[in-house]
Design a protein around this ligand. Structure first.
Ligand code: PAF
Length: 267
């Protein structure tokens, strides 16, 4: 594993195919699944490890976001990843004035609850794409709206790469793996899988209209979740949808204490 800290030192053999996995570190099985997919897809695997400050909204967990580079490097080495790009904030940002804003799909749901978040994501991902210049980039579907935003940006800006999306990796009890699960108290951790259970239950019901969604939100609230949103959406436009059919997706965001969890389920 070659660890590269600066853009200038990121010299890749461009006669070979390159698959790229952007991450913010604190690796779990979900990240490793993306790296394995990248390993299958191309000759060189590059992973970035950068906790991007511009995608954290004021008051969020940027300062306490889990960081453990040495452990991450060890896990990446086992895949094996070829190159780990782990720049400093100063290396990535020098007072830029350019921001990428993906209209429409970034403005709903997470966009409403975390204003500016997707501008931070789209801008850093575009920068990373230009720095690494991969043939393929791999993202997880756990952040479903992020996947839609990036897909849209890549198409709108004619960024010359192929995107691969991998399904969410879950704990045995169904909880979607996330670096933020580490914040949960034992009691919250016990409750957390209910988010996925509700989506499963909704996807098995005959219809998912306002009544079913409200009932599900009520059950979550009663158990102790503060629900930001729970909706059935069109998987391409993220507009609310009515039908339980392929292409549509349930999306949910809810807080347990100070920890915000998101999840989604397709058909
Ligand atoms: O999904 C993430 O970990 C981040 O949002 C990403 C794509 C690495 C951008 O910072």
């Amino acid at each position: 594993l070659k660890i590269v800290r600066t853009i200038a030192k990121l010299q890749l053999d461009r006669t070979k195919s390159i698959a790229f996995v952007p991450t913010m570190g604190a690796f779990h099985e979900g990240h490793l699944a993306l790296m394995r997919r990248a390993r299958e897809a191309a000759e060189i695997v590059v992973v970035s490890l950068f906790v991007n400050p511009t995608q954290f909204v004021a008051g969020e967990d940027y300062d306490r976001y889990p960081r453990n580079e040495e452990r991450d490097f060890e896990l990446a080495r086992k895949i094996p990843v070829d190159v780990m790009f782990a720049p400093s904030v100063a290396e990535m940002y020098a007072g830029e004035e350019t921001v990428i804003h993906v209209k429409g799909v970034s403005e709903r749901w997470e966009g409403e609850h975390r204003p500016g978040h997707f501008d931070g994501v789209a801008t850093v991902v575009a920068k990373l794409f230009n720095i690494v210049r991969p043939n393929i980039a791999v993202f997880g579907l756990k952040d479903f709206q992020q996947a839609v935003v990036i897909d849209r940006m890549v198409r709108d800006l004619n960024i010359p790469l192929a995107l691969l999306f991998e399904e969410t990796v879950r704990e045995q009890d169904g909880l979607a793996m996330s670096s933020r699960n580490a914040y949960l108290s034992p009691e919250q951790r016990r409750l957390a899988p209910m988010l996925h259970e509700e989506l499963e239950q909704l996807s098995k019901s005959k219809s998912a209209g306002d009544k079913e969604l409200s009932e599900s939100k009520e059950r979550l609230a009663k158990a102790g979740f503060a629900v930001d949103y729970l909706a059935l959406v069109d998987g391409a436009t993220l507009e609310p949808a009515r039908k339980l059919e392929k292409g549509n997706r349930f999306i949910v965001a809810a807080r347990l204490g100070a920890t915000r969890l998101i999840d989604n389920l397709g058909f």
